[in-house]
Each structure stands twice: as C-alpha cells, then as structure tokens.
Design a protein around this ligand. Structure first.
Ligand code: 5GP
Length: 215
C-alpha cells in the first residue's frame, strides 16, 4: 500500500482555466454560481470592467469596476490576459494570481465571451477547457432576458442581436451544453470539469508516483 507521502504526491495536479460562455441570458451566470457553491477547488476569475455597476453587484466580487483611465493604465502595464470591448464598455481578465494559482492546483472559472475565449486559448491552450451554453430557443432566451427586468427594451433588442453573433461561435468550444433544464445542465458541466481534472497531462504528481511504483 502507498504511504501517505506517495499518495499525496500522486494527487498533485495543475489547475485549469474553465471557460463558460453563452449569450447573455442563457444561464451561464446561474451555472457559474452553482459551480462555485458546489466546488471548493474552483474560484472565479474576477474581470475588470468600465461598465457601470448594476443594482446588487459588488465591486471585487462581480467585477472590479474601474474608470477608463485606470483600465488604460492596466492595459499599458500588460496586466491583462485579454481584454475586449462589449456594448461600448471594456472588460479584461487580470493576470495576477492566475499563473501562481494554476501551479498550485487552483482552478479558475471564466465567465467571458468568445473573443476572450479565443485570446485565452492563444495564450494558454493547454490550461483552457471551454464550454459553450446554448439556450433551448431564441424565444426562450428573450423571455429570460425580459423576466430579469434589468434592462430596457432597446438593451434587450441589442442583446438578442448580439446573442445570434455569440451563438455563431459555438463550434470553437471544446464542449457545448444546451440549457433546457438548469439542474441537468449543471450536472453536465460538473462532469466535464471532473473529467478534465483527471487528464494525464494535468496530473503532475503521476511521474514521481509511477517512478516510486516501479521502484
Ligand atoms: P455583462 O455586462 O452582462 O456583465 O457582460 C457583458 C459581456 O461581457 C458578457 O458576454 C461577458 O461574458 C463579457 N465579459 C465579462 N468579462 C469579460 C472579460 O474579462 N473579457 C471578455 N472578453 N469578456 C468579458
């Protein structure tokens, strides 16, 4: 039987960058929250944005809400993995903590769009696992956006238009899940995460373990 030290080493793994994308309203935020509640090994990568805060949003938890000047300073300092302009506001993924966390086996959840996904893949393909969440229909998507009651009719129209654009990128993702039923969708997303953690290339403890095993 393996001693304590051997089994601890064997379980060592590199963290992963878990991307959930979907058109606004398709359930990505709900699924993200469920995942963060259910799983201690993954934490949210909090983006910086220049968009104004919505009611109920908390600085440092939902986003880092920064001014245009502050955002520009961060771009100049190369503080972002990626950044993009969405609905006229800037959004970016700060690099800090992520490099170090991955080495220590920490997983990060990214709630970002297809542009951000492409850029993260270019920078860290081996660490990225990307999942696209589809709504069951466009009518259902509009219904969900309207029942959120956060945005005006013009903003909802703009989001519907943008949703079509987002959906056209579905084939660039590693996995695609249809959010017909939120619990089933969540269960599938968890299965993806669990399986990806087990990938041989992420199990950094395996080499010393097998070496020990073979004597
Ligand atoms: P919202 O304003 O509704 O929170 O987000 C608008 C869009 O910006 C969403 O599609 C969201 O995925 C995207 N977004 C949020 N943070 C980032 C980020 O750091 N980078 C990129 N590229 N997109 C982001």
């Amino acid at each position: 039987m393996a001693d304590q030290t051997t089994s601890t080493n064997a379980e060592q793994r590199r963290g992963l960058m878990f991307i959930l994308s979907s058109p606004s309203g398709a359930g990505k935020t709900t699924i993200s929250r469920m995942l963060l509640m259910a799983d201690d090994e993954i934490k949210l990568s909090v983006s910086a944005t220049t968009r104004p805060r919505r009611p109920g949003e908390v600085d440092g938890i939902d986003y880092y809400f920064v001014s245009d000047t502050e955002f520009e300073r961060m771009v100049d300092n190369d503080d972002f993995y990626e950044w993009a302009i969405v609905f006229g506001h800037r959004y970016g993924t700060p690099k800090s903590h992520i490099h170090k966390g991955l080495k220590e086996g920490q997983d990060f959840l990214f709630d970002i769009d297809w542009q951000g996904t492409q850029q993260l893949k270019q920078q860290a393909r081996e660490d990225v696992v990307s999942v696209f969440i589809l709504p069951p229909s466009l009518a259902e998507l509009r219904h969900r956006l309207e029942s959120r009651a956060q945005d005006s009719a013009e903003v909802i129209d703009a989001r519907m238009e943008r949703a079509r654009g987002e959906i056209s990128h579905w084939a660039e993702y590693d996995y695609v899940v249809i959010n017909d039923d939120v619990d089933q969708c969540f269960a599938k997303v968890r299965e993806i995460l669990h399986a990806e953690r087990m990938k041989r290339s992420r199990q950094t403890g395996l080499v010393p373990f097998v070496r020990g095993l073979m004597g």
